[in-house]
Every structure is written in C-alpha cells, then in structure tokens.
Write a protein that binds this ligand. Sequence first.
Ligand SMILES: [Zn+2]
Length: 350
Amino acid sequence: MTQTYAGIAWTDEGYRVEVLDGEGRRVVEPSRWSGAQCRELIAWLRDFDGGRPPAVVLESTNGLLDGPMTAAGLEVYRADPWLLPPRPGFGSVPAGLLAERARTAPGELARVTAEGGTLTGRAEEYFAGVKRGEPIVAELTASGRCFERGRRDDPRVALTFDDGPDPVFTRQVLDILDRYGARATFFCVGHHVAALPDLVRRTAAAGHELGNHSWSHPYLPDLTPEQLREQLDRTAETVAKVTGEEAPTRFRPPYGALSPEVLAALEGYPTRLTMWDVDTRDWARPGPERIAATVLESAGPGSVVLMHEGAGDRSQTVAALPSIVEGLLERGLEPVTVAELEDHAQRSKG
Ligand SMILES: [Zn+2]
C-alpha cells in the first residue's frame, strides 16, 4: 500500500479514527478509542499496513496525542481551523474530513515536531497573544481572580500535575505522594477523566485537589467563547459526577494561552484561574535530575510548581518526584494543594 492518512477526531466519548488511501478510499473500518487508549492507538498506527504507519492528522483543539505520537516516531500533522469547516457541536471535525485534508492539501498542514509541540509553527502567534493578555492577567492576579503563587511567608509549596489522569503514571504519582503524606493539585482533562474515573476517585479520596484543564487540551484561541465554556463545563460536570463531590472551579488554561480574547470569553465564568511560578519543563524530558533541580533551585515559600502526569511519557517526572518532595521537606516547605496556599493568601490579606 502507498501513503495513507489517518484523521483522528475527538468526541465526548473518546477518539474516532478514519484511514484513507491516496485515492480517498477507506482503508479499514473507522475505529473508536477511549481517552485512556492512547498507547494502544499508537501501537495500532505503528503496526499499520505491516509497519507503514499512516500520516496522522489532528486538530489544534486536540492537545493530547501529538506529544506521545511524535515521541513514538509517527508523522503528525495539524489542520488549523481556517482549513476546516466549523466544528459540529462538542468535538472536533470528523476524522474522515481530517484525513481528506491531508490527502488533498498536504502542503497546508503543519508538521508537528516533538520540540515544537501542538503549536509547532504558531509559536509567534501564541507568544504575542500571551503578551497581549499579560496586563489583564496582572490585573486579575492583583484582584484575586487569578492565582500564580502564595505568600512568600507561607512555608508551603503547591505541586501541580497537568494533563491526567493517566493509566500508568497517575498511580505512581499518587503512591509517591502517599508515602510522604504530601498533597497536590491535579489539573485533569475531561477526555481522560471520563475514561479513567477510578483514578480520579482515588485522587480525590487521598485528599488531593482536582482542577479543570479543559476537555481535549485545545489551543484556546481557536475556540469560540461558547466552545471554550463547554470545554470547561463538560469537564467540571464529569469530575463532579465521578467523584460525587462539588464540581471543580479552579481552571488552568492549556499552554497557559491566555490572550485578551480568551480572557474575555472567561469573563463572568465562575472559575479561578491558576497559573504557576515554577515551570519544570518536564514535558521536554530533560532528565529526572534536571526536573528535581529546577524545583529545588527555583521554588520558595508559596510557590506553585508546574509538572505533568499525563498525555506523554512522564516517567522522568515520576522518577524526580521523591527527590522533589524530600528536598522541599528538608527546606521546611510542606507540599500542599493550591487551594490551601490560596486560602492562606486570602486570609492574610484580611
Ligand atoms: Zn496541559
């Protein structure tokens, strides 16, 4: 078989995959995968057609697959909104349409690299948007509607884990935190929560805080205000349904992509924006020693530390975690939830 194209769509139930050949014919029956089956999906694609994987096409509203897929050596492309018709309801455009774009207009798609991530080729646009949003974020932070870090006299640190839950790494992270009696905050994506409810329940039952990290990890500026709110609503509802507790109101934007337009779409939405002051850049896999060193060199009283537990190989983060927790404890810094840091900061303000 010659070149084939796999469009991967996301829905409220998981992924749908459609593979077309160069003539636009279906190569196999369309398939469905849950949000927890990323590894199985990658293995299936790698073994496709006797080891000749199709070119994979994703939307910029799917930030959960490009990382693990590029790391696995798959050829991954991104179809941006201006190349596609409007998204139908909740979900991306259909998988067949994504595959068809790759077949008919390959030059217009962006080849996603492991280094560039989901936004390969759109970094300038991303940074410009974040820069334009900075004064608004500063204002929100000053008025207590966005939280970046706690007080510098609070001898505690909030470790945060994004993009989970994950069928492999979440358990390992929870086990390590348990061992030290440490609490943390998990910014989950709805797509994974729906597929792995037991892990979410275990996380909540262990006293950790659950936050909202959207449904499909989209590049927020590509969503309409309604789509943005629906990403948050569905995730919050799913977490509440799974845990039987109140829906989380804390939100961390994927990629920290807070442009003025995104912030305007969130205006009046009942959410507590949560950023960070220490970025481990663990997704770049710099080695467990480097990840631990970044935390222990940069985190101080009141810090919020950004790490990842899902949507990629997070084994380095897991390997770094014992040294991080031990190092913080040695410095007299107790690992707690973001909510605990924020409560203290607000009470101190009086
Ligand atoms: Zn994320």
